[in-house]
Design a protein around this ligand. Sequence first.
Ligand code: ISJ
Length: 363
Amino acid sequence: MNDDLQKELGTVRSEIDAIDADLLDLLNRRAKCAQKVGEIKGRYGDAGHIYRPEREAQVLRRIQETNPGPLSNESVTWFFREVMSACLSLEQPLGIAFLGPLGTFSEQAAVKHFGHAARLLPQSSIDDVFRDVEAGHADYAVVPVENSTEGAVGRTLDMLLGTSLKICGEVVLRIHQHLLCKETDLATVTKVVSHAQSLAQCHEWLNRNLPGVPRISVGSNAQAAQLAASEPGTAAIAGEAAADRYQLPKLAANIEDEPNNTTRFLVLGRHDAGPSGRDKTSLIVSTPNRSGALADLLSPFSDAGVSMSRLESRPARHALWEYVFYVDVEGHRDDPGVASALRQLEARAGYLKLLGSYPAAVY
Ligand SMILES: C=C(O[C@@H]1C=C(C(=O)O)C=C[C@H]1O)C(=O)O
C-alpha cells in the first residue's frame, strides 16, 4: 500500500520536476528577450521608456483571455506580473514612491502593479510621493485617488493640479482588513489598534466579536501592526502587506463590514502611456461659474460618443465658490473620438489640463 503510494507519487513528482526544468528554461529565455527589447529601445534612444504600461496591460489581458485553468485568472495574473517585474528589473529596477510606512495598502497597490522586483520607496506624505518622482529620485508614484466607501482623496486631487507628472496607469485594490495578533484566541485580545478609517470599516465586526475591547486609532495600519508585533494582547486591523511585513498571524481574516470596499490608485510617471486597446484619459477642466456651463463644457464627449467614467468637483482655491472638475473618460487621447472632443473642449474651457492616457486597470 505504502509502496504503491510512493510509486504513484514518484511518477507525478518526476513529471513536476521535468515541467519545472522546462519552466526555468522558458523563464530565462523570456528574460533574455526582455533584455533584447531593452537593448533595442536603448539603441533607438528610447531607454527612458523601458517600462511600458500599455504593453504590460496587453500581456496580462491576453493571459486572462487564454487561460485554460485550473489556475484562476487571479493566480496567473499575479504570476505573470511577477515574471514581467523580474524581467524588467534586469534592465532597470524601478523605484516606486508611495505613502508609507511599509505595510500600507499603498504598498500593496505598488506591488500589485509593479511586482516584487520593484524598489519600494515609502514616503511620509502624498506631497512627498509626488515630489520624489518630480525630482527624479523615484521613477513612478502610486497614490490613492478614490475609495468606494470614503470617496475622493482630496490631497491627491489637489496635487494633480500642480504637478508636471502624467498618469500612466491605475490600480484597483479590494481592501480586505484582517485582525492581526500574536494571540491565538480572541478572548485574550485586550485592545485593538488601527487607522481610524479601518476601525470604522470594521465597526460592526468589532461590536459583534470584541464588544467592550478598547479601540485606539493610530497614524497608519502599518504602525498598528508594529504595535501588535511588540505588545502582547494588542491586535491590529490591517491588510495583507502589514501581515507579511511584520510576520503577524491573522486571528480573523476579511473582517471589513462592506465586502466590496475598494480603493483606486493612480500610477504617475514622467510620461503617460501609449494606447493598449482599453484605456482611460483623465483631465482637469474649469469653466466660469454660470448656469449650464458644465453641461456645455462636457457635451463634446457625449457628441463624440465618448463615455465619462468619473466626474469629481473640487473648490478652485483662488476664488470662492468656483470649481475645477476632474474628468475620466473611456479611451485614449489618440483615439479619434477622444482627440476631437479634447480639441473642442480646449476651445471652450477656461482651463484644461490633460493628466494622461493610460491602460484601464487589469484586475
Ligand atoms: C519587454 C518589454 O519591456 C518591458 C517588459 C515587459 C515584459 O516583460 O513583458 C513588457 C513591457 C515593458 O515594461 C517590452 O516593451 O516589450
